[in-house]
Design a binder for this molecule. Structure first.
Ligand code: EPZ
Length: 422
């Protein structure tokens, strides 16, 4: 099994270019099923979850081709299967995103019920209730979600909880429904806006994306389109935290500063000097040790839960104590026991972790448990004295494109040992 080995202690220095956003490209690739012609998606990151999504669409019968720079063409006209089987869903919960497009465009879908995962039970009840409100008949049988519908009809849907993929599933389904759909308490993440922009370029009529109320006027059909995916704000935040932890200077290029206000505010609180341009963000720590910060995760525009593990790692070596409160998922502190193996002083009580900064961490073998936890362990390895080996890096490969190469270019002493990247 591949592992990553880091010899810590180097202050990172230099530029790192940011890849397309995983959590935008996954719904966008699936949304192409709604079109009556092929779509071409560019700025696609080379990630395991993208490969899984392409396999899922291919198994349904869509024709996929990969052009230069990972530009992907999806032609849904040959679609003949409407299932998302367990062997794929269990490796990528985001497979649930095929539900809305299949029901809206083809009137049927069978999607394996996603189980829980390391960070929580991850229910999909709001996806199903929303589809029923749009007129679909939805049953859960033998571990599968089975949905059937004639033409969906517009409805006013109030989401009990802010859910990103729940909002995305219903947004996609509503584009072809008869009449008007209003989604209240909708997710406002930039990736939801990117999906809405993609659907609009296909001919959908959507207003309010990026606010908590999205209105969709259903249309008869959607056309194929060409689209470039927005940059990954979580990858950006991860490299900025790496710069802050190592006392270095990191400049992220090809990114979108306006999507990271909550994260940049917290990095400013650590004592980092932040400067931004249209498509770049520079963090300069000037060799200083970061100060601890308090974090409470929340739906966008609040502090993103996908940056919580990285800031837990930062607080581990910062000056002072920081309180981390995770409000989105019930079990997103799996990185804590691994950070403790490096010498971190963290105590977890329910949704809160109290992190007392220590002057230094010591390298040791540790194990990744989920995507963002694995990133936080790599960050800790960058500052730990001696060698840190992170096992089960397949978690990392799901969401970070060539992370070792990007960190090596910033001066990190890091390499992959064992099997090659996925
Ligand atoms: C998306 O997951 C992201 N994944 C996650 O990123 C991210 O952490 C999460 O949103 C929160 O921002 C993708 O976009 C592919 P939710 P999602 O539905 O949509 C509850 C990463 O690291 N809920 O917004 O699955 C749920 O239990 C991944 O890139 C229900 O109760 O998350 C949670 O407490 C990890 N019923 C809360 O809502 C439902 O039907 C938010 O979950 C759906 C969700």
């Amino acid at each position: 099994m591949a592992r990553i080995q880091i010899n810590g202690g180097v202050a990172l220095e230099g530029d790192v270019w940011i890849s397309g956003a995983k959590n935008a490209v996954l719904p966008i690739l699936v949304a192409s099923l709604l079109g009556d012609g092929p779509s071409r998606v560019s700025n696609v990151p080379h990630l395991q979850d993208v490969t899984t999504t392409m396999e899922l669409l291919g198994r349904m019968g869509a024709k996929l081709s990969v052009g230069d720079h990972m530009r992907i063409e999806i032609d849904p006209r040959s679609l003949e299967h409407f299932e998302a089987p367990y062997d794929l869903v269990k490796t990528m919960r985001a497979s649930i995103l095929v539900l809305g497009p299949l029901v809206a465009r083809y009137g049927r879908a069978q999607v394996s019920l996603p189980g829980g995962c390391a960070i929580g039970s991850r229910p999909v009840d709001l996806h199903l209730h929303g589809l029923q409100a749009l007129g679909a008949r939805v049953e859960v049988r033998n571990g599968n979600i089975e949905a059937r519908a004639g033409r969906l009809r517009g409805a006013r849907i109030i989401m009990d909880t802010v859910t990103v993929t729940g909002t995305e599933n219903l947004l996609m389904a509503a584009t072809l429904a008869r009449g008007t759909t209003i989604i209240e308490n909708a997710a406002q993440e930039p990736e939801v806006v990117d999906l809405a922009d993609f659907l609009t370029s296909m001919g959908a009529q959507i207003s309010g994306a990026g606010t908590n109320t999205i209105t969709i006027e259903g249309v008869e059909n959607l056309r194929g389109t060409d689209y470039s995916v927005l940059p990954d704000r979580i990858e950006t935040g991860t490299y900025l935290v790496a710069g802050a932890m190592t006392g270095g200077r990191v400049r992220c290029t090809r990114t979108r500063p306006s999507h990271l206000d909550a994260v940049l505010n917290k990095l400013d609180e650590t004592g980092a000097e932040i400067s931004t341009g249209d498509d770049w963000i520079e963090l300069d720590m000037k060799g200083r040790r970061p100060r601890s910060v308090d974090i409470t995760t929340a739906p966008f525009p609040g502090f993103p839960t996908d940056m919580q593990a990285q800031f837990t790692a930062l607080n581990s070596i910062a000056e002072g104590a920081g309180v981390i409160t995770e409000t989105i998922f019930e079990n997103r502190f799996m990185h804590v026991q691994e950070l403790q193996r490096l010498g971190a002083d963290i105590s977890v009580k329910g949704k809160t972790a109290i992190v007392r900064g220590v002057p230094k961490l010591n390298g040791a073998p540790i194990m990744a448990t989920d995507l963002r936890a694995s990133a936080s362990l790599v960050l800790a390895g960058l500052v730990a004295e001696g060698v840190t080996t992170v096992d089960r890096v397949y978690h990392l490969d799901r969401g970070y494109e060539i992370m070792e190469e990007k960190l090596s270019a910033l001066g990190a002493r890091i390499k992959r040992i064992g099997a090659a990247a996925g």
